[in-house]
Design a binder for this molecule. Structure first.
Ligand SMILES: C[S@@+](CC[C@H](N)C(=O)[O-])C[C@H]1O[C@@H](n2cnc3c(N)ncnc32)[C@H](O)[C@@H]1O
Length: 288
């Protein structure tokens, strides 16, 4: 499949509209409000840390930035997708805020933010689209003042265990080192995992991965502190969101029931988040 760059996918009009609407209409019959939950967690953390100067990297259509600004914070944002920035400017005007709070830049290597100048950088559903996540995080860290915060969301690799589909199979194949199994055991193993297959997806259900958009492999919340400390970032907290109350295929049977039950169990600090949440937020402090 031809690979599309993430910002090119997000530059398309359906994506721009979606990122404007999802924060305005909280309707479980239309979509699961995972990003609304994400925004709530980010705002709670900002209220705790009280940073003076915030940058929203990959701000999209700007709705979270607007909500954060309306809470009294000093925030600017940027995105690489031109149409997202145009939409963000429109949204800012709609909410009577200056449209120059947002501009075009690249979070893999931001050019318009000065080094050591920011108290807090936010990456909401952003950095895992980078070609090189570690390099991106290091480039973001440069922009932070000492003890500044880098708060960003990542995909949860452990969620693969509970999806009971082809992702589960790949996960188990890897940790059981199935390639190395002796032949008879390999057959036994294949038998045990034969039902872990992908569901048939219709054109309408296609998501960003199925569109061939490059996005980085998910991260493991158990090892994330060690990974970040190698980058000079101390993980001060992790918070789970986008819970799945049942294996994802169940959403195709009765999406409303699926979403209502999932919304009910959203809890950023529940241990079940390690498995049932497809995404988590990492709150890091720049220590070196
Ligand atoms: C999943 S959307 C999230 C948008 C917004 N943060 C939100 O929470 O609503 C990801 C955004 O990252 C942007 N993006 C992807 N690659 C980028 C890059 N290299 N630099 C800046 N923005 C990028 C996309 O254009 C898109 O708007």
């Amino acid at each position: 499949m031809k690979k599309t760059k993430a910002f090119q996918f997000f530059n398309k009009s359906f994506s721009v509209n979606d990122y404007s609407d999802m924060y305005k209409k909280l309707r479980l019959d239309i979509r699961y409000p995972a990003n609304v939950k994400r925004e709530q967690i980010f705002i709670k953390l900002l209220k705790e840390h009280k940073p003076k100067k915030i940058v929203d990297a990959g701000c999209g259509a700007g709705m979270p930035l607007i909500h954060i600004k309306k809470q009294g914070f000093n925030i600017i944002g940027y995105d690489k997708a031109e149409n997202m920035i145009l939409e963000a400017k429109k949204n800012l005007e709609l909410y009577r805020l200056p449209s120059d709070l947002v501009f075009i830049d690249d979070f893999e290597n931001p050019k318009k933010i000065k080094n050591n100048s920011v108290d807090c950088i936010l990456g909401m559903g952003a950095f895992y689209y980078a070609k090189n996540v570690k390099k991106t995080l290091l480039n973001q860290k440069k922009k932070l003042k000492k003890n500044g915060r880098l708060i960003f969301s990542l995909r949860n690799r452990l969620f693969d265990i509970v999806t009971l589909n082809n992702y589960t199979k790949s996960f188990l194949d890897e940790i059981y080192e199935v390639k190395k199994l002796k032949k008879e055991w390999k057959n036994q193993y294949k038998h045990l995992t034969k039902n872990f297959t992908d569901r048939k997806i219709t054109k309408l259900e296609k998501n960003i991965d199925e569109e061939g958009v490059y996005n980085h492999i998910p991260h493991n919340p158990i090892t994330i502190s060690d990974e970040m400390s190698k980058l000079g970032l101390s993980v001060e907290g992790i918070y789970f969101y986008h819970y799945h109350a049942f294996p994802p295929v169940f959403e195709t049977y009765d999406s409303l029931h699926f979403r209502k039950n999932s919304w009910k169990i959203e809890n950023p600090i529940d241990w079940r988040g390690y498995f049932l949440a497809s995404t988590f937020i990492v709150d890091c402090k720049k220590v070196s």
